[in-house]
Design a protein. Structure first.
Lengths: 278, 1164
């Protein structure tokens, strides 16, 4: 399975707004076939991401019906996946915010890391780790340009399942990104100082907060939202440049809107795919 | 002063980033937040929080040392810690977010060099934290672990780790996994392992654990597993990793010199409180300079000047233990008051026990060295006792002790008692100038440190350390009352011809807060009036004015000042305990009553109120205010009640204490807020000395409990910008001056010189002033010189005088006058009887009084020879003293002049003295009567129960416990010497009579209990009576009897309080087994135990029979069943082991003769 198959399936459309660019992935609720494929592939990616190879291999064997899962295997998978997707043996919340948030982050992660880049490549991407007690998720991508210079994009990743307009959630994400950026970057600075021995990268990490505060050229921000197809919005990111006026040049503001079927139902499909055969 | 709000520090920390408040703005915002917190209206502007995170990021940037130099990062840690500390108060934030703030504050404080504040942050988080469910949030669990670790309280960490690890075990079991390292829980397991290993290193010094901790935390940071984001867990891991190096560098394992044994070091890491890292001033003091640490025996003079809340207690413990381990003799620890001595003794004792060393029990001031058991290694004593030992057995003293620690050394400058301390230091210094003895002076209030050092260490061969470091921030405020004279008063008519109306002005409270020394002062006024100022108005409409000053006269119907304070006190009380300092006892009681009226009944202090009712009576005002959660505290109350009040403040039951300076000077009792009410005159009102202000203000902010404290000065005067300076005495204010250099001394010297011209007996006539103290000192030097000649030492007056502080501070002319006086004394000495003159040098009275006592001795010895009674019996002995009128003679000595007047029916201006039967009272006191019984019996004419008790309490303390006990003891000593020298041993007087008078008992068993640390006289007498009933006659027999009774029977027989139980367990403790010390040495200790099931053998846990009781039977439990019981003799040490939380392995073995418990410490 090609690494970027999910991205290909979702077929993001690139759009450009005033001072920002954004991508839109649309899967209509009626397109059951695509929804099913996306859910299946995302389930695969999630298991691969969260489990060591021997666990993921066993899961695949069971999933394709090669053999039945042992009770132990099933419990083991739960141990690995529960922090993101919950425990299937426990009473399920009708509105499974944890899984909805986690799937939103995985969508962002898969789409971002396989996005074709021109003139730069990803040096590090901080993957999904949805904290259910947090009001949202954050993501950080560090790019290295062909010339060797480093830049970063700080993302706020949200899901929107409420009845209101998605732009309300996006607006909230803008606001949160603005107020929480320093918190995220400061904590990440402490972590990043120990992630690498590479002097240049360490020094880059060491100055994240100053770069952000000084509106350095290396800085960018993004907001990603996963919602239902019916909630799609022509362009819900118009508020980005207002919130971050200093970043509205040179593709430093980005959006990602994933409008996929009935999003809550889609998340349930992903979970069903994960637990299938177990 | 207030570090984070220091504008220069803010500027250095913040730099000039875009989009954040400037350093000035941030300083102002932080000050506003502090003011908001003071008013209990927490608020945190977003830009302040943003600045906090920005600074945290800058400070975390290890790789950008050029961009962010070390000093900027250090400042950034400190300021960010302050921001997050304040942010913790944001109640609308989620637990997750507050945990982030808390952890960020802890890291900032630790990296910024303020470790106690990091510990205090966890205390504030604690009520918010529920045991973390790792399946719910890995990040929250990681933050809880990190924050708990940084509390450095291993019992709490162990509990949290056990909770988290049991969840790990469940997941491992469910998943059939070897471990969780490659699951999303991987980073969390790394943090848990890291915490566990770091704890092991800090407790045991095992460097392999340190390396393994680093590896576990590195894995957590790398998060090479599925959930690589989990930023908070990794953030915690990253900081713990870098902090591990800091912890290591500040741990006792690294800081204490290699010559200090592991056993000593471990005593600190496992004792209570556990010392995992030393604080900056401690490190600075004990770190090697020129290759030598101040802890090494070769450093013989140490002068230490550090503020309260800076870890002075631990420093003294470090010196004590390291000295004991050096084998260079015991430690003599001098403190200014008996109450402080008790506290130091208690703290030191629990530490020393872990090293199989002990502290001598309390001794009477006049007890000789052989009376303090020879095996004890440390004696904590008052200057008076030290002076006695110098006078009576200086050679023995120097033989026994190798280190003399003088705590609160500024007391040298405190009047008459100061001269006692000065002469003790001077003589010890001079006598040990060529020996290995060491002298250490410690104080928080030495304004002239350099001069003091030159006094005891003229060649600067020792060590001197000064620090203004303090853990908690201290913020200052001034409270005044304010009347807006522009507002027209309310005019009221009253029935009076001369003053038919009154003007009533509203009084408001005005608080000026200064959250920073250099910043602006915030001026607040109460929204409602807090009282009235009333002025009489005559028929012509003229208001009453003072004819001299022209000022309005405040009418007595005005609201008294103390009634205008409760609002302020309650406001600050919401943030933590408040200590209010007033200058007189009466004032403490007034304010406590006013506070109690506003507060209503408080269930937390019911036990305390019951104790007070039992000791002082249910109608005593203290009992009444205690019921409402308020106490007052002064030296006129019984010691055990004062102890109980102090304990209740420490454990949080009691929030409001109104005290005289006896509390701040005598006891280490930190609180959140100290309010000093400046005296406005009146009975005995004395302004606080600068040292007393330092001591009082220093109590504001409890290190490790909170990160800031408030000191508030209440002034009955118009606001003045200089008011704040009153809370921060300058070095000049704190200069320690010898008692011989002040005006009082010089005028006494002039008087003496005049007297000398007209009387040959001037040396004997002079008494009760500085000159008589000096004469007494000179006499001591001369008599000690004679004594010491026999053991090959020499003491010459001409050399001894320059060893005083006075000689450093006097001008040459005045020195010459004192020297002439000394020569005159020497002449008199030479002319005196060679035997008697030496005896006169052995007592710390004036020489004249010593001579008088000697003649009383002659009379008493003659009477004893004639007596037909058994004079070894205390009652017969007392009768003899009465017959000889000795008590009256002793009370007539000049030394009794300073004592308060005896009893009066009423206090204040309407004092009316009443006569009582002193001997009758003494007999009741010695018979063990309760104080309230004696008060009712002897002072029925005193209407107010509190005044009745207060007078009696003072009388007992001053006359019986101090004056009479001391002089009677000396007198009996001299008389017995004389009788023995005449071969009349059978006629000797009761040698314990002084002790009986001091402690209020007539039974040697009761006396022994009180000297062994039993605080309640009632209990000691009850136990003694019970022991006599069983036929026990010696302390050892009574101890065995107590052990066989056990705590449950004690409670029935003696109605023991918690304090009583603790004291009796200590008495019953087996001091020979040295259980804890041996366990810490790695030994498996076997003790016989009582088995309920004699066939049982196997592993047991040790549990309290009654989980609710802090003290009580310890049971041996297996599978939920009680299998046996720990004998009483070992309960104190095993209780301490449980309290400390030492992990142990206990096994019942079955020798043929019965159950035996084998106990060893397991790996932490």
């Amino acid at each position: 399975v090609p690494e970027d198959l999910l991205r290909k399936l979702l077929g993001p459309q690139s759009r450009t707004g005033s001072g920002y660019k954004w991508e839109l992935c649309l899967v209509p609720g009626a397109d059951a076939k695509t929804l099913s494929k996306v859910a299946s592939l995302l389930a695969e990616r999630i298991v691969e991401h969260l489990c060591p190879e021997y666990v993921a291999d066993g899961w695949r064997d069971v999933r394709i019906g090669r053999r039945a899962a042992t009770a132990q295997e099933r419990q083991r998978l739960i141990v690995f996946l529960e922090p993101q997707l919950g425990n299937p043996d426990e009473v399920q919340d009708e509105h499974d915010e944890r899984a909805q948030g986690a799937v939103s982050e995985f969508l962002w992660y898969e789409l971002l890391r396989h996005r074709p880049e021109s003139g730069r490549k990803i040096a590090r991407i901080e993957g999904p780790g949805f904290a259910v007690t947090d009001p949202g998720g954050d993501g950080l991508v560090v790019y290295e340009s062909d010339s060797g210079s480093l830049t970063f994009r700080l993302w706020e990743i949200k899901k929107h399942t409420a009845k209101g307009d998605v732009s309300v959630t996006v607006g909230g994400a803008h606001r949160q990104l603005n107020t929480r950026a320093l918190s995220y970057l400061a904590r990440y600075t402490a972590v990043s100082q120990q992630l690498t021995e590479e002097t240049e990268l360490r020094q880059f990490y060491a100055t994240l907060v100053d770069k952000w505060q000084e509106e350095d050229d290396a800085v960018g921000a993004g907001v990603a939202v996963a919602t239902s197809w019916a909630m799609k919005h022509g362009d819900c990111f118009t508020g980005l440049p207002n919130r971050f006026p200093h970043l509205n040049q040179g593709d430093r503001l980005e959006g990602l809107l994933n409008a996929i079927g009935d999003y809550a139902g889609f998340v349930e499909m992903v979970k069903a795919e994960v637990w299938r055969g177990l | 002063m207030e570090r984070a709000l220091d504008p220069e520090r803010l500027r250095r920390a913040l730099g000039t980033p875009t989009g954040l408040p400037s350093s000035e703005e941030l300083g102002q915002l932080l000050a506003e937040i502090e003011v908001g917190l003071f008013l209990r209206r927490p608020q945190l502007p977003e830009e302040v929080l943003a600045a906090g995170w920005y600074l945290h990021g800058v400070a975390s940037a290890d790789a950008a040392s050029e961009l962010y130099p070390l000093d900027r990062r250090r400042a950034a840690w400190q300021v960010s810690a302050h921001v997050f500390d304040l942010a913790l108060e944001s109640e609308h934030e989620t637990l997750h977010e507050r945990l982030r703030y808390g952890f960020a504050a802890q890291v900032g404080y630790l990296k910024g060099g303020l470790p106690p504040n990091a510990m205090s942050i966890h205390r504030r988080l604690e009520p918010l934290i529920t045991p973390p469910d790792i399946r719910q949030s890995i990040d929250v669990a990681g933050l809880v672990l990190g924050a708990t670790f940084l509390r450095l309280d291993w019992q709490k960490l162990r509990a949290t780790l056990e909770h988290v690890e049991s969840q790990f075990d469940e997941l491992i079991r469910r998943g059939g996994l070897d471990d969780l390292s490659d699951t999303p829980y991987g980073p969390l397991t790394g943090v848990a392992q890291g915490c566990n290993l770091l704890m092991r290193y800090l407790i045991s010094g095992d460097r392999q654990a340190l390396t393994a901790a680093d590896e576990a935390l590195r894995r957590a940071v790398d998060a090479d597993v599925g959930g690589e984001q989990y930023l908070d867990v990794r953030w915690v891991a990253a900081h713990l990793r870098t902090l591990a190096a800091d912890f290591s560098a500040a741990s006792v394992w690294e800081v204490l010199p290699p010559t200090v044994s592991r056993a000593v070091k471990r005593t600190f890491t496992v004792g209570q409180p556990g010392v995992s890292m030393l604080w900056p001033p401690q490190i600075e003091l004990v770190s090697a300079q020129d290759g030598v640490s101040a802890l090494e025996p070769s450093v013989q003079r140490i002068v230490l000047s550090v503020p309260t809340s800076s870890g002075k207690t631990l420093i003294s413990q470090l010196f004590t233990l390291c000295h004991l381990s050096s084998g260079e003799g015991g430690v003599c620890y001098v403190v200014p008051t008996r109450s402080l001595a008790r506290e130091v003794r208690r703290d030191l004792s629990s530490r020393l026990r872990l090293y199989s060393r002990s502290v001598a029990p309390e001794q009477s001031e006049w007890a000789d060295l052989t009376q303090s058991a020879g095996s004890e290694h440390v004696e904590v004593l008052t200057p008076e006792r030290l002076a006695h030992l110098i006078r009576t057995d200086v050679d023995g003293l120097l033989h026994r002790f190798g280190l003399f620690i003088f705590d609160e050394a500024h007391s040298v400058g405190e009047g008459d008692r100061g001269f006692t301390v000065e002469t003790c230091i001077a003589l010890l210094h001079w006598l040990t100038r060529d020996t290995k003895h060491r002298i250490m002076l410690m104080s928080a209030a030495l304004g002239n440190k350099g001069e003091i050092r030159s006094w005891v260490d003229p060649e600067h061969l020792g060590r001197s350390a000064t620090s203004d470091w303090r853990g908690p921030r201290r913020l200052h405020a001034i409270y005044n009352t304010h009347i807006d004279w522009n507002q027209p008063p309310l005019r009221e008519s009253v029935r009076s011809k001369s003053w038919p109306s009154r003007d009533v002005h509203e009084v408001r409270g005005r608080v000026r807060l200064r959250p920073t020394r250099t910043g602006k002062v915030v001026d607040l006024a109460t929204t409602k009036p807090i009282g009235n100022f009333v002025v009489r108005v005559d028929a012509q409409g003229q208001r009453e004015t003072d004819p001299v000053t022209g000022h309005l006269v405040k009418h007595s119907s005005s609201t008294p000042n103390y009634k205008m304070l409760p609002g302020l006190v309650q406001l600050v009380g919401e943030a933590g305990p408040v200590l209010i300092i007033r200058s007189t006892r009466k004032q403490t009681q007034e304010l406590a009553k006013a506070l109690a009226n506003d507060l209503g009944v408080n269930s937390a202090t019911v036990g305390l109120a019951e104790l007070s009712a039992g000791r002082l009576g249910p109608d005593h005002p203290l009992t009444g205010v205690l019921r409402c959660g308020v106490a007052y505290h002064h030296a006129g109350l019984p010691t055990d009640v004062l102890d109980a009040i102090e304990d209740a403040v420490r454990d949080g039951r009691l929030r409001y204490v109104v005290a005289t300076t006896s509390l701040t000077d005598g006891v280490n009792l930190p609180v959140r807020t100290v309010i000093i009410i400046e005296p406005t005159g009146g009975e005995w009102a004395q302004p606080l000395t600068p040292a007393q202000v330092i001591n009082a203000v220093g109590r504001a902010g409890r290190a490790c409990l909170e990160s800031e404290g408030w000191a508030i000065l209440v002034r009955q005067a118009a606001p003045n910008p200089q008011d704040f300076a009153r809370l921060s005495p300058s070095a000049a204010d704190l200069e320690v001056r010898s008692a011989l250099v002040d005006e009082e001394a010089l005028s006494a010297l002039a008087e003496f010189e005049d007297l000398q011209r007209i009387s040959h007996d001037a040396v004997f006539i002079t008494a009760g002033n500085r000159v008589s103290d000096f004469i007494s000192f000179v006499w001591l030097v001369l008599s000690a010189g004679e004594e010491l000649q026999s053991v090959g030492r020499s003491v010459e007056l001409s050399a001894a005088l320059p060893s005083t502080l006075a000689w450093q501070q006097l001008d040459d002319d005045t020195k010459e006058r004192w020297r002439r006086l000394a020569s005159a004394v020497a002449t008199v000495y030479e002319a005196a009887d060679p035997v008697r003159r030496k005896r006169w040098g052995r007592i710390a009275t004036s020489v004249g009084s010593a001579r008088q006592l000697d003649s009383v001795t002659d009379e008493l010895a003659a009477a004893a020879r004639q007596s037909t009674n058994d004079l070894s019996d205390p009652w017969h002995c007392l009768t003899l003293l009465d017959e000889q009128d000795v008590i009256a003679k002793l009370l007539a000595l000049p030394e009794a002049r300073g004592l308060r007047n005896p009893f009066s029916a009423r206090g204040g201006a309407s004092r009316r003295e009443i006569a009582i039967d002193h001997i009758g009272l003494l007999r009741r006191w010695m018979s063990g009567a309760e104080i309230n019984e004696m008060a009712d019996e002897f002072l029925a004419d005193v209407a107010a129960p509190d005044f009745r008790y207060e007078q009696l309490g003072d009388y007992l303390t001053e006359r019986f416990e101090n004056h009479l006990a001391w002089l009677v003891s000396a007198l009996i000593d001299w008389t017995n010497e004389r009788l023995e020298s005449q071969g009349l041993v059978e006629r000797t007087l009761c040698p314990d009579l002084g002790g009986f008078i001091r402690y209020g008992t007539s039974d040697s068993l009761g006396l022994a209990l009180l000297q062994q640390g039993v605080r309640s006289r009632r209990l000691a007498n009850a136990v003694a009576v019970n022991a006599r009933g069983r036929g026990e006659t010696t302390f050892e027999e009574m101890q065995t009897g107590l052990r066989s009774l056990g705590p449950a029977r004690w409670a029935e027989l003696f109605q023991t309080s918690l304090t009583d139980l603790r004291d009796l367990l200590e008495v019953a403790r087996d001091r020979e087994v040295l259980l804890l010390g041996r366990l810490l040495e790695g030994e498996t200790v076997k003790i016989p135990v009582t088995m309920f099931d004699s066939s049982f053998s196997g592993t047991v846990s040790i549990n309290r029979h009654d989980q609710e009781a802090l003290f009580g039977s310890l049971r041996l439990t297996a599978a939920g069943q009680d299998m046996g019981e720990v004998p009483t003799r070992h309960q104190a040490e095993l209780s301490a082991m449980l309290e400390i939380g030492l992990p142990y392995l206990a096994t019942i073995e079955q020798p043929p003769s019965g159950g035996e418990l084998a106990i060893a410490l397991s790996d932490s």
